[in-house]
Write a protein that binds this ligand. Structure first.
Ligand code: ZN
Length: 510
């Protein structure tokens, strides 16, 4: 067979998988936003059916034949070419699919779909005992999946690799260790500061319709295209790049909290800008897909924290915010508002954590999920281990399991090995932003004018348009010449918080 015809057939099959995947994503988005609760069972059958169909097509032996024809030709000889990246990634997906039997894929889909509902119930009732058997079953299934996928050092490596290809337990352990040892001294200095911002100004009366109006204005201004996307409400904020031209983001509003919904919007817009920036001509192929969860999170955390919590950003947006909320913010100064949105306080809650303590929440989850998969921690001992780890790492202990080991839905959805991608993304995002400013110049003045186009343009060129070419570590290597390194993140946080908390500057430790 002519290699170019073989490649053409591979791409056609990739397009078909893209369409199938987009149908599943639309069903999942609907489940989180609009679906009546009575439809849970029907929806889990629909999703399991599509998952099985997707798996069969991805593991079709015809794909192996086509791949070997293309590999033997010079079509993919230049490893940097889009065709070579497509072939490499289609092979990766194929090998992943053939190693995991369809029965396990379906069992995981069925179990996690029910377990997620049971988790919601258990969390509401603060009843870990109710969720425990589900967690035990999921850990068992994820261990089986890791054995099918294969690994070199530890089963956790196989799970991590599904979210951040190429990442290893050892490398993540080093990265989190470095973050912890650099962030704890900064945290201590912040907690010892005489002068802390007043975060209570964010907890006044903030009518939800006004919050939505401000959130949409911010999203549009920084570049989210509402003609190719939507903003809705869900229990947990997320972004789903459903199909080209269709990116859905969500948030959740509370009338007594301005920052939760707003920063969730900026975070999800960061994910959405990535999805909307993917190359439309490569849609339905790996070159038109996001690279990894770490790279995805680098975009969301960059926009949420580096841009969205900067003083320059609020130099532009504080006036529109005051216009929406004259009673709550009319007499507040820009500096006080900027301080409030950067208030640091160790807490038991990951989602609402500030930038300094956020990664310590990841440290706890990484330690515990690794122990669960290794068999060193039994599910029944999780609540005690969780509380002990929080006390040791953040100096706070949750009062209930609902605020403790039941707070995140990841494990109930089978997402074990996922949490480290938040820290990888955070580190990567800081390195990308530092590189962007090296190339474009300091961006504060542009942000203060409401001009986010230079930064977005740079991210489009260097990250979004490259599809699955590079995961986080190779991406950082391509753009900066160096490895994934917490130095940029830690240095940025040090100078930011020295200013906000009026700390005596110390030289960056790394
Ligand atoms: Zn995110």
């Amino acid at each position: 067979m002519d290699p170019s015809l073989a490649y053409k057939e591979l791409i056609e099959r990739s397009h078909e998988l893209g369409v199938l995947g987009s149908c599943a994503r639309l069903l999942s988005w609907d489940e989180e936003t609009n679906m009546p609760s009575g439809a849970v069972e029907a929806r889990s059958r629909q999703l399991a059916y599509l998952a099985g169909m997707f798996h069969d097509r991805q593991a079709d032996p015809r794909i192996a034949e086509l791949l070997s024809i293309v590999a033997a030709s010079d079509l993919a000889a230049d490893v940097e070419s889009p065709a070579a990246v497509n072939v490499r990634e289609i092979r990766r997906d194929y090998e992943h699919a053939v190693r995991v039997p369809r029965s396990l894929v379906e069992e995981l889909a069925r179990t996690t779909s029910c377990a997620h509902q049971e988790w919601v119930t258990s969390r509401k009732a603060n009843d870990f005992g109710h969720f425990r058997p589900w967690l035990e079953r999921i850990v068992e299934l994820k261990r089986a999946e890791a054995e099918c996928l294969g690994y070199s050092a530890t089963p956790y490596d196989a799970l991590l690799d599904t979210y951040e290809p190429g990442a290893t337990t050892a490398a993540v352990s080093d990265l989190l260790g470095a973050l912890q040892s650099d962030l704890l001294p900064l945290l201590e200095r912040i907690l010892g500061a005489a002068d802390a911002p007043d975060a209570s100004i964010l907890h006044r009366d903030y009518p939800v319709d006004k919050q939505r109006a401000l959130g949409e204005a911010v999203a549009s201004r920084i570049g989210f295209d509402f003609s190719r996307g939507r903003l809705d409400v869900s229990a947990h904020p997320f972004c789903s790049g459903i199909a080209p031209g269709d990116c859905r983001i969500t948030t959740r509003y509370r009338v007594d909290d301005l920052s939760e919904a707003l920063f969730a919007i900026v975070h999800e817009v960061g994910h959405g800008l990535y999805e909307q920036g993917l190359d439309p001509s490569a849609a339905g192929t790996p070159m038109g897909e996001a690279a990894s969860l770490g790279v995805h999170e680098s975009q969301s955390r960059l926009w949420e924290n580096i841009v969205g919590r900067s003083r320059a950003f609020w130099a532009y947006f504080f006036r529109p915010a005051q216009e929406q909320f004259p009673a709550a913010l009319g007499r507040v100064s820009l500096d006080d508002f900027h301080g409030a949105v950067n208030h640091v306080k160790p807490s038991v809650n990951r989602v609402r954590a500030d930038e300094v303590t956020y990664n310590l929440h990841i440290v706890v989850r990484f330690e515990l999920e690794r122990a669960l998969i290794a068999g060193d921690l039994a599910a029944r001992d999780l609540p005690g281990a969780w509380n002990e780890a929080y006390g040791r790492t953040l100096g706070v202990v949750p009062a209930t399991d609902a605020d403790g080991c039941l707070q995140d839905g990841h494990w109930s959805s089978g997402l074990i090995g996922y949490f480290p991608t938040y820290a990888i993304g955070d580190v990567c995002g800081s390195q990308l932003f530092a590189q962007a400013e090296r190339e474009l110049g300091e961006q504060g003045d542009a942000f203060a004018r409401g001009d986010f186009a230079p930064l977005l343009g740079w991210l489009r060129e260097t990250v979004h348009r490259h599809g699955r070419r590079d995961t986080a570590a190779p991406l950082v290597r391509r753009l900066t010449g160096g490895p994934l390194d917490p130095g940029a993140l830690v240095g940025r946080l040090q100078s930011k918080y020295e200013e906000i908390y009026r700390l005596t500057p110390v030289a960056a430790s790394r």
